[in-house]
Write a protein that binds this ligand. Sequence first.
Ligand code: FAD
Ligand code: NAD
Length: 471
Amino acid sequence: MSSNKYDVTVIGSGPGGYVAAIRCAQLGMKTAIIERYATLGGTCLNVGCIPSKALLDSSEHYHNAQHTFSEHGIKISNLEVDLPQMIKRKRDVVTQTTSGIDFLMKKNKIDVFQGHGSFIDKNTIKVAKDDGSEEQISTEKVIIATGSKPASLPGIEIDKKKVISSTEALELTTLPGHMIVIGGGVIGVEMASVFGRLGSQITILEYADKLIPGMDDALGKELNKVLKKDLPNYSAHFNHKVTGSKIDGEKVIVTAENNKGEEVTFTADVCLMAVGRRPYTDNLGLENIGIETERGRIPVNDHLETSVPDVYAIGDVIKGAMLAHKASEEGVFVAEHMAGQHPHINYRAIPGVVYTWPEVAGVGYTEEELKADGVPYKVGNFPFKASGRARASMDNRFGFVKIISHKETDELLGMHIIGPRAADMIMEGVIGLEFRASAEDIAIFSHPHPTFSESVKEAAMGATANRIIHL
Ligand code: FAD
Ligand code: NAD
């Protein structure tokens, strides 16, 4: 057993952990990072953001080649899907991205320990390696960034064959004939898009009365319209609470309770469990330092410090949205706080994005939240069907920009987009919220023509004073 002494030890190398480690190193702290898996990058780089976007892009190319190229005057014959090649490309993208993190660790002189980290006491971390050996790290401070794992429902076991999580879905090399997706949240609609575009029949079972229920109501409703139109064999059953599943030969049978209280069953080749993720603190030794989780999450104060001084926690393992960029912001925040700086995170200005076609993005307050809080507001809405740029690219069938501002002050309160490149355009809303802009500020900025972003300007003009030009 060797002895290692560090200023900071980060447990977990996802977008929270590796970013925190880099910022600590930049600020002059001797930093170690522990990762139980063979590759760095956590859920996001290995089995989350990056591989899912690789498959979303590949399947979108296929969909366009099948459905929109001919309208553009491009003829293709003998079009077919080579799923093993699609998965191979995805794996290559993941390998390149995770090896980029190896490079960044070396560049910043961060020591990487491969193995499972756990607390012996608040200043001593044990690293249990795959070969059975152990190592100990002495550390002044610790950042817990152990992330999350797929959640399941009571009575349903993710057997990784018939009942799978997103991790297995991203590795499927045979296209399922029929996939049931439990949960019409972010993972549900992204994976439904991938496999629906490639030809699988998709049945979404969702507890709420719409898709992506955490976002502004109008977005999920519009997204369902698009998926119905664009995916050949798609259906979504809302107000359905899934209660169980059983395997019957090659099939999986899923049971749900509908809003009339009736039990209904659905049969498919595979069932994707997408009902959320649970914070991961298994065998972390939290009991050895007296930290108790609350609903699975590690409680932290405003400085993201746990109940134990000098032990911090960030990312999916604490409260808040389970998003890579949220985890990274918290990583930087903790490093700078440790260095005596005064960082700040505006959680209201953290955007959420869904990478379907069209993309869906939102930041700030939803209309439903404002209604519930009794805040007076105005709404500007501009559809992409009125956008010249969207017409040119054939992206004008669906979607809109919705901007909400305060009824009296016109301060921007929320921006919600479903449409082409929404993921990038939402940044205008983020900047507006950070700088406490009014809708009018956005309306008077010059937006280049022809761009999708002109729709943001038009919606802002609508919110400001009902003075949309192109509608
Ligand atoms: P994680 O990324 O989960 O990393 C935690 C790491 O800690 C893991 O590598 C784990 O092995 C390691 N670890 C855990 N315990 C220990 C231990 N005791 N010792 C050593 N190592 C340990 N978010 C977005 O913002 N955009 C997206 O497009 C997006 N797409 C997603 C798609 C899918 C399919 C999934 C599943 C998630 C997606 N997310 C997306 C969510 C995003 O992946 C997470 O919010 C993000 O990865 C959280 O980062 P983290 O650093 O907190 O934890
Ligand atoms: P989610 O919370 O987005 O969606 C889960 C859905 O399951 C909800 O709509 C919920 O109503 C439904 N549900 C729960 N219990 C149910 C039941 N018994 N029957 C039917 N429906 C039920 O979670 P997710 O889609 O699993 O994603 C997990 C996390 O990963 C999310 O926090 C998300 O932010 C993150 N993620 C982000 C992205 C992205 O940013 N693009 C992509 C994928 C995942």
